[in-house]
Ligand binder design. Structure first.
Ligand code: NAD
Length: 483
């Protein structure tokens, strides 16, 4: 047997310690060659006054082993605690979150007996930067960030995953009918990268109808690639409709480090009762074994797990009278899996990792660059103002400009309210005031700086500015409704 693979393990909070012990028992009995370093993360670390939930020594272990098997943790409510999951994913560059959601009918009751969907969720961008502001008394704002290299990397990962695992189709969900630039970029990158994988079918759905279709007819999907927020929500939906959220594991893959976990949380109400289903973490640990190239052990563990499920030995969450044979606790479930090591399922498809190219982290060096010429053509100045109507603001601001920049429009929550606004539009105290050169020509930063000085001198409170840019002459900023 080969040398042991060093890994870092965190037992987590709530049901975490129970499902981790169960998982490690099976890994051990299955012959996994692992050299385990245990770290403390989560609730205890947060409550000891560390707002990140992880100590410096734990980072050292993660950077040394590069493989993290993590039980779920509890993020204390409120009080400036940062989600450790988000921190770990971004700090270690774990850009791809892979979540297989599989039905085990007729052994686990589900409305969707032929479901076998892998969700590849972008893990670092979108609204998960957690960049938020209280801008005015009435308005809060969150930033959604979608980058070209971030999108390219995750979409390429999804196609590579499909190719390596003999999958036939990759589907992308976005909301690019509304978010034309952010989700639009993700969709555009998807169409571009799909061309490099002609043997794999590809399709795009608007996320709302796509989600409805996924919940109704999951068998029509294969691999899904989704921006972070949609992926977060839909992977829970997809796992739950297989029978239980407790049944899905996930891999968080980066170029250097990787983290493996269950998709569910720490379920504090179920803690300490030996009732939680350890399957999600077990399946996550099987993904880890494939990742560290212990594929024979992965198959041995996976097949014993499938056989246990098939034999009707079920934890409470999937136990159904008539379908299940025996209701067991966490420890007993692990013992049942151990007792079946070396066996294969008789009806469910056995796991085999022989033909699967190894789940190594692909390194994508050829990030697409954007050769288009960028030009500054205007500025949106956001004001905190509650002293009158849109008409009054329009005439006051028209007098303020006149340094080569002209007030083109005022918008409130995305609706044009000046000129020619409608009295029905609800106006808040946050106003977006668009200034551009009269003829739409290029402008300078000096003009913007001068404009802001004039705006401030006239007594207005500006809270944000956004530069308006064209790329090869094409405006790449949201237009004014009605223009
Ligand atoms: P949760 O996933 O912990 O639990 C929701 C419900 O799902 C539970 O009450 C339980 O009925 C069921 N459930 C979940 N896992 C199960 C299992 N293994 N076996 C049987 N039933 C199971 O979601 P939550 O209650 O929203 O979150 C609880 C805590 O977990 C929060 O502090 C949250 O921040 C954290 N969380 C952590 C992670 C993570 O560490 N990766 C992920 C999600 C949530």
């Amino acid at each position: 047997m080969s040398a042991k693979t060093p890994i870092t393990v965190a037992y987590g909070d709530g049901i975490g310690p129970e499902i981790m012990s169960a998982t490690l028992d099976v890994l051990n009995a299955a012959g996994a060659q692992l050299d385990i370093e245990v770290i403390e993360v989560g609730e205890k670390v947060y409550l000891a006054g560390n707002p990140a939930g992880i100590a410096a020594s734990a980072w050292e272990s993660l950077r040394r082993t590069k493989v993290f098997l993590k039980a779920p943790i509890t993020t204390p409510q409120g009080g400036g605690y940062k989600s450790l999951n988000v921190t770990t994913r971004t700090a270690l560059g774990l850009y791809a979150n892979v979540r297989p959601c599989v039905s085990y009918a007729p052994y686990v009751q589900t409305k969707h007996p032929v479901m076998d969907v892998v969700i590849v969720r972008e893990n670092e961008e979108d609204v998960y930067g957690g960049i938020e502001y209280q801008q005015t008394h009435q308005m809060t704002q969150a930033l959604k960030l979608i980058s070209r290299p971030g999108s390219e990397r995750i979409i390429r990962y999804a196609f590579e995953y499909a190719r390596r695992n003999n999958r036939r189709k990759v589907t992308c969900f976005t909301k690019d009918n509304i978010l034309k630039l952010t989700d639009g970029l993700f969709h555009k990158m998807f169409d571009e990268i799909a061309k490099e994988y002609p043997e794999i079918e590809h399709e795009h759905w608007i996320v709302d109808i796509g989600a409805a279709k996924l919940a109704d007819t999951p068998e029509s999907f294969d691999v899904l690639v989704l921006p972070n927020l949609y992926g977060d929500i839909l992977s829970d939906v997809a796992a739950q409709i297989t029978g239980s959220v407790g049944l899905a594991g996930s891999a968080n893959i980066g170029e250097i480090c990787s983290m493996f976990e269950a998709i569910h949380g720490s379920a504090p109400r179920r803690a300490g009762q030996n009732i939680a289903n350890p399957s999600g973490l077990m399946l996550g640990s099987i993904m880890m074994l494939v990742h560290v190239r212990q594929t024979d052990v992965a198959a041995r563990f996976h097949n014993a797990w499938l056989r246990t499920i098939e034999d009707g030995i079920h934890t409470y969450d999937i136990f159904r009278e008539g379908t299940s044979k025996q209701k067991v606790g966490t420890k007993e479930f692990a013992a049942a899996v151990i007792a079946r090591l070396g066996e294969k399922p008789q009806h469910l498809k056995p796991a085999s990792y022989k033909d699967v190219a190894l789940e190594k982290s692909p390194s994508f060096k050829t990030m697409a660059t954007d050769p288009r010429k960028k030009a500054l053509v205007g500025v949106d100045v956001y004001l905190d103002w509650s002293e009158g109507t849109a008409e009054e603001l329009g005439s006051a601001l028209s007098r303020v400009s006149a340094n080569g920049l002209e007030l083109k429009a005022i918008l409130n929550r995305g609706s044009r309210v000046w000129p020619k606004g409608l009295p029905e539009t609800l106006c808040t105290d946050q106003w977006r005031c668009r200034f551009q050169a009269k003829d739409g020509a290029e402008i300078s930063h000096a003009q913007i700086a001068e404009l802001l000085q004039r705006v401030a001198a006239a007594g207005f409170d500006f809270i944000q500015t956004e530069s308006l840019c064209t790329f090869d002459g094409r405006p790449e900023f949201s237009g004014i409704p009605g223009e």
